[in-house]
Design a protein around this ligand. Structure first.
Ligand code: SF4
Ligand code: SF4
Length: 326
């Protein structure tokens, strides 16, 4: 069996290296009566996917940047510079969202907490063009949910697919899978795409995790001057975070992989590429000086030509110019 690509999983996870499918049968009980109740939240190592952040910031009535600053820490997803976030803990490793009664955000808890002690992984076999959705198991000393004495009379053996339903995780996977696919695609593209620049890593972070900032970016004259967005889509992404997240994935496929997902305003592209580059470079440099977080990849304020340059903007501008000259 192919070795799973687990590079997008937290480095510290005690995952068991075997691929599980939806049919895998499990017997597991987690309820307030288990001897280890909340032990997992007291040793929290929870990676957040973009939809997790969306749900948590809505639950806490915060903006994405407020939430990210208050409740998360950065971690490098794959050793290649792509930055994700984990839930912040206190000095005892307790999750900041835990209170005396348990999880304070239970209805909107992240997908990793729902899955635990299992997890989702995207697998892309080298010969395949599509990815698969598989699962893994986490084995940690503190979790006693597999032990018979913690079973309730109603605890039955079920499939992993059924377990996912009981945890309400399907909706999370629905909106996070495109993000996993972006990671897998970036990984499998390898040298043909090249190592992403700091600016594209910042945009990747903004368009997936920092959605309120991404929304401001879409409203900016800088974005409007380059992308030809119809008014219906524009309205949708201003009023609906899920539509905004989906648009973020679309935008990233264009920025990172050159897929034509959003129409460009060719005149504007030409004009910008020729006239504004220095201005935005200077502005970007100034903004970097004032980044709120130390890691520059966390500064998603880059809205200039450098980012779009990753998507061969200059080539597009050149092509548009030639078209005009005909
Ligand atoms: S978010 Fe909730 S379930 Fe997840 S680690 Fe924190 S307290 Fe526990
Ligand atoms: S059984 Fe496992 S998941 Fe449930 S509270 Fe205990 S440690 Fe956490």
């Amino acid at each position: 069996m192919a070795k799973p690509d687990v590079s997008h999983l937290p480095y510290e996870s005690s995952f068991v290296p075997e691929i599980l499918t939806e049919d895998h049968r499990i017997k597991f009980a987690c309820h307030p009566g288990v001897s280890c109740f909340n032990a997992c939240c007291k040793q929290a190592d929870v990676m957040l996917a973009p939809y997790d952040v969306l749900r948590l910031k809505q639950h806490l009535k915060m903006t994405s940047d407020e939430f990210l600053k208050q409740y998360t820490v950065p971690w490098e997803i794959d050793g290649d510079g792509i930055v994700g976030v984990k839930l912040k803990t206190n000095e005892d490793k307790h999750c900041l969202l835990m209170n005396d009664k348990g999880c304070s955000v239970y209805n909107d808890r992240p997908s990793a907490c729902r899955y635990y002690p299992f997890g989702l992984m995207g697998v892309k076999h080298s010969e395949a063009t599509t990815d698969e959705q598989n699962y893994f198991r986490i084995e940690e000393e503190h979790c006693k949910g597999h032990e018979k004495e913690n079973f309730l009379p109603e605890t039955k053996e079920i499939t992993l697919g059924e377990y996912r339903k009981t945890q309400g995780v399907e909706e999370f996977d629905k909106y996070n899978l495109d993000w996993i696919r972006l990671m897998l695609k970036k990984k499998s593209a390898g040298p043909s795409v090249g190592a992403p620049s700091t600016e594209s890593l910042q945009v990747l972070f903004m368009a997936t995790y920092d959605l309120d900032r991404f929304k401001r970016f879409i409203q900016s004259t800088n974005f409007q001057a380059v992308y030809d967005l119809d008014s219906k889509t524009f309205e949708e992404i201003q009023n609906d975070d899920i539509a905004l997240l989906k648009f973020g994935y679309r935008f990233l496929r264009q920025v990172l992989f050159g897929e034509k997902t959003i129409e460009l305003k060719n005149d504007a592209v030409t004009k910008r590429a020729e006239e504004r580059k220095e201005y935005w470079k200077a502005r970007h440099d100034a903004e970097m000086e004032y980044a709120n977080l130390n890691d520059p990849r966390y500064d998603p304020k880059v809205m200039g030509d450098e980012v779009m340059g990753d998507n061969k903007l200059a080539e597009k501008a050149e092509a548009a110019k030639k078209e005009q000259e005909k």
